[in-house]
Design a protein around this ligand. Structure first.
Ligand code: AMP
Length: 228
């Protein structure tokens, strides 16, 4: 099973992907995470893309498609990928389709999280990431536990592109370039819409329900993670 988790920046794609990865034994392919890794390591690619990512614009399709092929072509991840942040425009969606055909795979489901700009601004400006374990929190809605053994205050960081101005720019980029991708998957009848403004657990239980309906997957769902 390969799935796409779709929605504007700050919709909760990363948070939900983490849950799905753990419960359904999938591999999360987040293009944003891959790019931030390059930036943090200051690789030649990282240096080249820093200002683009920090401005809220999209990195070139050529760069992104290469990163994607590295993973899609790897047999360890075959039919186990959750795409987070990709595809982000029509050429990327077409490229993904070609790649999946080449490696004998397909997309089984596209989950779209619907969230308004007002909520997005709060989610993005409050987002905190633990630099040790990668867990994501929100200082307004979902703060880390005070006595957490790992995610202590000194390890919590903000992303360089998580401020109101860049959030608005990222939302505009989403509306202009990324939303048209929905029509592409609508024609394939793959989209399930979920209200992304409710709490994390209810959103996850709806996603979990849709995943459970995918043929051949019910067998691996334990009573523990099969929640409605
Ligand atoms: P994200 O972590 O998905 O919010 O992505 C953060 C930033 O990385 C975006 O604002 C873009 O600058 C860049 N990025 C991530 N995924 C893509 C993609 N599929 N195509 C182009 N740029 C991307």
């Amino acid at each position: 099973m390969n799935i796409i988790i779709f929605g504007p920046p700050g919709a909760g794609k990363g948070t939900q992907s983490e849950f799905i990865v753990k419960k359904f034994n999938l591999f999360k392919l987040s293009t944003g995470d891959l790019l931030r890794e390059e930036i943090n390591k200051k690789t030649p690619l990282g240096v080249k893309i820093t200002s683009i990512v920090n401005s809220g614009a999209l990195v070139s399709d050529e760069i992104i498609n290469k990163l994607i092929e590295n993973i899609v072509s790897n047999n360890n991840y075959k039919n186990k990928i959750i795409f987070d942040g990709y595809p982000r425009n029509l050429p990327q969606a077409e490229n993904l389709n070609k790649l999946l055909l080449k490696y004998d795979q397909k997309i089984d489901l596209v989950i779209r999280l619907k969230v308004s700009l007002d909520i997005i601004k709060k989610r993005i400006t409050g987002r905190l990431i633990c630099s040790k374990c990668g867990n994501t929190y929100n200082e307004f809605f979902n703060p880390p536990e005070i006595n957490s053994s790992c995610c202590k205050k000194e390890f919590l960081e903000k992303r360089a592109d998580d401020n109101t101005d860049v959030a608005v720019k990222r939302f505009e980029t989403y509306e202009k370039s990324t939303e048209p991708v929905l029509d592409y998957y609508k024609k394939m009848d793959l989209i399930k819409d979920i209200n992304g403004e409710t709490d994390i657990e209810s959103i996850y239980s709806k996603i979990s329900h849709y995943l459970s309906l995918i043929e051949g997957w019910l067998c691996i769902i334990t009573p523990y993670n099969y929640v409605f």
